[in-house]
Design a protein around this ligand. Structure first.
Ligand SMILES: *[C@@H]1O[C@H](CO)[C@@H](O)[C@H](O)[C@H]1NC(C)=O
Ligand SMILES: *[C@@H]1O[C@H](CO)[C@@H](O)[C@H](O)[C@H]1NC(C)=O
Length: 284
């Protein structure tokens, strides 16, 4: 048992050797990280980060939003954006009042954590936007959501919509070519292969529905500390758009990860892990 523990520590140490100085000198306070996946994906997409955080003694919850990952709902059962967010909102509500979590949202789920920040501002020590949609008082939900829709609507059938090209779609899912060239292009081929078997359709929420659901106030959303981690090689939300959101809605902290595609947890897990620990320690 002790031997296994020792070996595990050894492996983790070796993995983190380049960051050892910074990581090991930090105080060892245990944190609770709540990780929210992007559209089509599930809690599974964080598996490398979950392993790294747990190995370092932190509590991690990588939840599945509705009709995602192994959540039993189907897209037709979750027609409203509020339905999609139920697992996150229920989880946040279940946390004891005195407990604060590090809330992390990836890409599309910037909208999900924004909603949680507004509703549960006192339960979040810091919110981390991992190359994520980050609406704010000067860049509204409509603007950021439209950018995402534009990005996935490139007319080469890169995303598959279920309702034909002319009718309003009810679901969308990234096509295999799009995933290979525009999402996982810097990630190990194994992770793309895993994603091919696990990605599910997402209900296509209307911009009206999403903007009604995600409301931002200075008192609540504005009271939560915020960090943004830029994925320099993101082809879904370009670095120019990430920087626009940062400029219009400046967070407390900005980090950049070179060589990261949009799937930062797949392409640059150690760098992302290190950033998360640093941010969590800073905004205690
Ligand atoms: C993680 O946090 C949750 C929520 O507070 C708690 O119920 C659970 O016991 C914690 N798990 C560990 C391993 O500390
Ligand atoms: C969102 O912002 C855009 C650009 O500033 C503006 O044209 C639009 O009316 C705004 N929408 C809402 C719902 O406030």
């Amino acid at each position: 048992m002790e031997k296994t523990k020792f070996l595990t520590s050894l492996v983790v140490l070796t993995l983190l050797l380049p960051y050892a100085n910074a990581t090991l000198s930090e105080p060892k306070a245990k944190k609770h990280f709540v990780l929210v996946h992007t559209a089509g994906h599930g809690g599974w997409s964080w598996y490398k980060i979950v392993a790294l955080l747990r190995s370092s003694g932190h509590n991690v919850t990588a939840l599945d939003l509705a009709a995602s990952g192994i959540n039993p709902k189907q897209t037709f059962q979750v027609p409203l954006f509020s339905d999609y967010l139920v697992p996150l909102m229920e989880f946040m509500a279940s946390l004891p009042a005195h407990e604060k979590v590090v809330l992390v949202g990836h890409s599309y789920s910037g909208l999900a954590i924004t909603k949680a920040m507004e509703t549960f501002s006192a339960k979040i020590s810091v919110a981390v936007f991992v190359t994520a949609l980050m609406p704010g008082p000067k860049i509204n939900v409509t603007t950021v959501y439209d950018e995402l829709i534009r990005s996935v609507s490139i007319p080469d059938n890169s995303f598959r919509f279920d309702n034909g090209p002319t009718n309003p779609p009810t679901t969308f899912i990234p096509g295999p070519m799009y995933m290979a060239t525009n999402m996982y292009q810097r990630s190990p081929f194994q992770d793309l292969t895993l994603a091919y078997t696990l990605v599910r359709p997402t209900h296509f929420y209307t911009v009206e529905d999403v903007s009604k659901e995600v409301v931002i106030t200075n008192n609540r959303y504005g009271s939560v500390r915020r960090a943004f981690i830029v994925a320099v090689e993101d082809r879904l939300l370009t670095k120019e758009f990430q920087r626009l959101m940062i400029q219009k809605n400046p967070p407390d902290e900005v980090e950049e990860i070179q060589g990261s595609d949009t799937m930062m947890m797949m392409s640059k897990p150690q760098q992302l892990f290190f950033s998360l620990i640093r941010i969590a320690n800073k905004y205690n």
